[in-house]
Ligand binder design. Sequence first.
Ligand SMILES: Cc1cc2nc3c(=O)[nH]c(=O)nc-3n(C[C@H](O)[C@H](O)[C@H](O)COP(=O)(O)OP(=O)(O)OC[C@H]3O[C@@H](n4cnc5c(N)ncnc54)[C@H](O)[C@@H]3O)c2cc1C
Length: 266
Amino acid sequence: MKIIVLIKQVPDMEKVRFDREKGRIDRSSAGTEINPFDLNALEAALQIKEKLNASITALTMGPPQAEEALREAIARGADEGILLTDMKFGGSDVKATSCILSSAIKKMEYDLIIAGIQTVDGDTGQVGPEIAGYLGIPHISNVEVIEKYNEDSIEAVSAVWESRYLKRGNYPVLITVTKDVNSPRLPSFKNKMKARKAEIVKWSYEDISEFIEKEKIGAKGSPTKVKKIEMPPESTREGRLYSQCDEKAVMDILSVLKERKILKEA
Ligand SMILES: Cc1cc2nc3c(=O)[nH]c(=O)nc-3n(C[C@H](O)[C@H](O)[C@H](O)COP(=O)(O)OP(=O)(O)OC[C@H]3O[C@@H](n4cnc5c(N)ncnc54)[C@H](O)[C@@H]3O)c2cc1C
């Protein structure tokens, strides 16, 4: 059985700063990491591999330094990593990103594709289902429990708003997982050594060109145009300090709460 895990390298969102003047993330202000939900996707694949005879390929599209994310995926147990990297892919929006990733997948053998539900930077949650659309295969999104699996199919609980749906997909199928599906394991020492020496396969536009339409990728192939990005102004605190709890203080607080419609008039 062949499993592909989709991995995106993202900035560490707890540390990253925003360039307010240019209206974009200052990527040099923080390190990078694997998108946290993709660690759940990898863990799901590893648990399947422990029970079935499976191989796991981690696949990412990104700049050359995204190779680090693939090495980390190998350190955590993936068998190999493929990096899609080419200047022609730059400026791709979600649709073009999904087109590029699915074109690479068409070149690969696979039964199951596992993606995170969303990323912590782009956060659209569209890449997984869009890839399934491009490949013409079914998908099960928002998976919070993987109930059963065998060499032919997988059964999973999909969380949609307040409802839970038990769905079964025959391979080939794509699933997107939430953080509730498992707790990702840490890299092992043995796998860290393996990851250091691993050869990361790199595919450029030329390597997948037979499956891709040139006009559907990059900035030109992206229907989304970002006209302007604005950061909300930093809010300043409007605290008032009362040194003693007297009637005036209580009345003051009550009138503010009523003014802001937090408390209704009796
Ligand atoms: C007009 C426009 C231009 C853009 N230009 C650039 C640019 O020049 N450079 C740039 O870095 N970004 C660019 N982006 C952002 C880029 O489109 C998104 O990073 C990408 O589409 C993924 O979307 P997302 O982060 O919302 O993924 P989501 O849909 O939230 O991700 C869901 C899951 O899909 C998988 N996944 C997502 N992205 C990847 C990936 N790259 N490789 C493997 N798996 C993945 C992961 O498993 C992830 O958990 C641009 C966006 C727009 C709208």
